[in-house]
Ligand binder design. Structure first.
Ligand SMILES: Cc1ncc(C[n+]2csc(CCOP(=O)(O)OP(=O)(O)O)c2C)c(N)n1
Ligand SMILES: [Mg+2]
Length: 531
């Protein structure tokens, strides 16, 4: 007996829900995606509607950081896709999984450019450069294998977004339910003899250092085990924040951006580099790659990545947790206690170097941040020092635009995080400029009753860029933008609001904000309008 026929849109969602555990998607429906939404309804998949597809993508990314699973976007062709390009690029830059499922114009219109609604000359092509793969599927027999390929990339490769587009006439066709196509996939495993060579080098180290990146986000236990066996300080990149608790005495935290720390790392006799690009945005030193004076043991799941920015002494292509465990099993315990001292020196250095004008504000936040809080940072001045100042004691709780550096991601990422962890408070730190990029998502936060505390760092414009002009003695231009009355805007979106002018007021406000069960908006007025 054959199963009842479904529309293709329903069959796709049924497969995703049944075989891949998809239970929530982010997107804005349109006439081109009605059949996918019919499928969401039929399969009982939760559909969250942001107010702009950029919000959908950032929510999916925030949700993915929390869960480790691919965030799923269901979108219309054309503008749905162009609007989501920024979050796709962010997920690509920071190596996170995202499944973008979209419609296209009807098959007969593809590439013909005769002007159908929502048409792009080649939708798959415009996303391709920021994806693991991007394909338009007109033959539905190809779909199950393609979806399997996407999930194999998410689980066994360097995670990256995937875009699959299906013409709306194909979505409307009927078919039998899809059967999952199982294609085996496994993470690469580092060569045993190379692991032994790495262990030999590490065993001979006098002042080893570990640098851990986003690839270590689920390798925290193994990272701690290596660090404790070696008594080595651990430096985290932004995407690894929380992988090792900031309360661990060997955790030097996120202070790799300081010149003094970089020089100490360059002077170390052995550096273990795990799951990081060592990119410009990890170092912020005008594009200079680290010039390691000692030996480098590098672990990365991506073979193409492993010799970029440095040529390692030993290259281990494999999963961070597995490879770290194998190495730790092969090394002997170092008995010195200098690791704690070095970590402390770097932590102290970062605090001492923090611009004094931010310190009382950071202390107020630090004092009241609940231990299980999630933190989402936008690209604003107060947030820049929060990267190293604020604690993070658990993995997958820290969200920021590390690689792509886009404005406006923090609020929608926080909403996505809150969908994944509705009982945890999320602190958002956003600037008055960046906040406006996705301000409409305040409405989504109210719909979802997200426990978000949004701290608006309001210096009446693009302060960081004002400074960028000043630094090179160029006249400031285009930076004096203001949101005029942000408190009224927030109130209009139904949020509870407070305005504070001093760190003491912020402290008092945060004390109650983190007990509220509704979205809370706190405007910190840093700079009065000069006009
Ligand atoms: C999409 C995007 N456009 C432009 C920039 C350049 N940019 C970086 S920081 C910044 C200023 C942001 O202003 P605001 O959010 O108010 O933070 P502030 O620097 O004032 O603290 C700008 C415009 C960017 N990072 N991303
Ligand atoms: Mg500003």
């Amino acid at each position: 007996m054959t199963s009842p026929e479904l529309r293709v849109g329903e069959a796709i969602i049924d497969l995703l829900a049944r075989e891949y555990g998809v239970d929530v998607v982010f997107g804005i429906p349109g006439v081109h995606s009605v059949e996918l939404y019919r499928g969401l309804h039929r399969s009982g998949v939760r559909a969250i509607s942001p107010r702009h597809e950029q919000g959908a993508g950032f929510m999916a990314d925030g949700w993915s950081i929390m869960t480790g699973r691919p965030g799923v976007c269901v979108l219309i062709s054309g503008p749905g896709i162009t609007n989501v390009m920024t979050p796709i690029a962010q997920a690509y830059h920071d190596s996170r999984p995202m499944f973008v499922l979209a419609s296209t114009t009807p098959t007969g219109a593809l590439g013909k450019s005769f002007g159908p609604l929502h048409d792009l000359p080649d939708q798959a092509a415009i996303v391709r450069t920021i994806c693991a793969f991007s394909e338009t599927v007109t033959d539905i027999t190809q779909l199950p294998a393609l979806i399997e390929r996407a999930w194999n990339i998410f689980s066994s490769d360097r995670p990256r977004p995937v875009h699959i587009a299906i013409p709306m006439d194909v979505l409307e066709q009927t078919c039998q339910p899809f059967t999952r196509v199982h294609i085996s996939s496994a993470k690469p495993v580092a060569d045993e003899s190379e692991i032994s060579r790495a262990a030999e080098i590490i065993n001979a180290a006098q002042n080893p250092v570990v640098i851990a990146g986003g690839g270590c986000v689920d390798a925290g236990l193994e990272l701690v085990a290596l660090a404790e066996t070696l008594n080595a300080p651990v430096l985290l990149t932004g995407n690894a924040k929380g992988a090792m608790s900031s309360s661990h005495e060997l955790c030097a935290g996120n202070c790799l951006v300081f010149g003094r720390v970089q020089r100490d790392v360059e002077a170390a006799d052995v550096v273990v580099v795990v799951g990081t690009e060592l990119s410009d945005t990890d170092l912020y030193n005008n594009g200079r790659a680290l010039n390691f004076g000692g030996k480098v043991v590098r672990i990365d799941i991506d073979q193409a990545q492993i010799s970029r920015r440095t040529t390692p002494t030993v290259s281990l292509v494999g999963d961070a947790a597995v490879t770290l465990r194998e190495i730790t099993n092969k090394i002997t315990k170092r008995t010195t206690q200098d690791g704690q001292t070095r970590a402390q020196i770097w932590r102290d250095h970062a605090r001492a170097k923090t611009d004094a004008k931010f310190v009382p504000w950071l202390k107020a936040i630090e004092d009241h941040l609940p231990s299980d809080a999630i933190v989402a940072l936008d690209s604003t001045q107060l947030a820049y020092s929060a990267h190293w100042w604020l604690p993070a004691t658990q993995p997958r709780s820290w969200l920021a635009p590390y690689g792509f550096g886009t404005l406006g991601c923090a609020l929608p990422m926080a909403i996505g995080a809150s969908v994944a962890a509705p009982n945890r408070h999320v602190l958002v730190i956003a600037g008055d400029g960046g906040w406006l990029f996705t301000v409409a998502e305040m409405a989504s936060a109210l719909d979802l009753n997200s426990k978000i505390v949004l701290l608006l760092w309001d210096n009446r414009g693009y302060e960081q860029i004002r400074e960028s002009f000043d630094d090179v003695n160029a006249p400031q231009l285009g930076v004096d933008v203001s949101s005029h009355d942000p408190v009224a805007i927030a109130r209009g979106f139904g949020w509870s609001t407070t305005q504070v002018d001093t760190p003491e007021q912020l402290s008092a406000t945060l004390q109650t904000a983190f007990t509220a069960n509704t979205p809370q908006f706190i405007r910190v007025l840093v700079k009065q309008l000069s006009i």
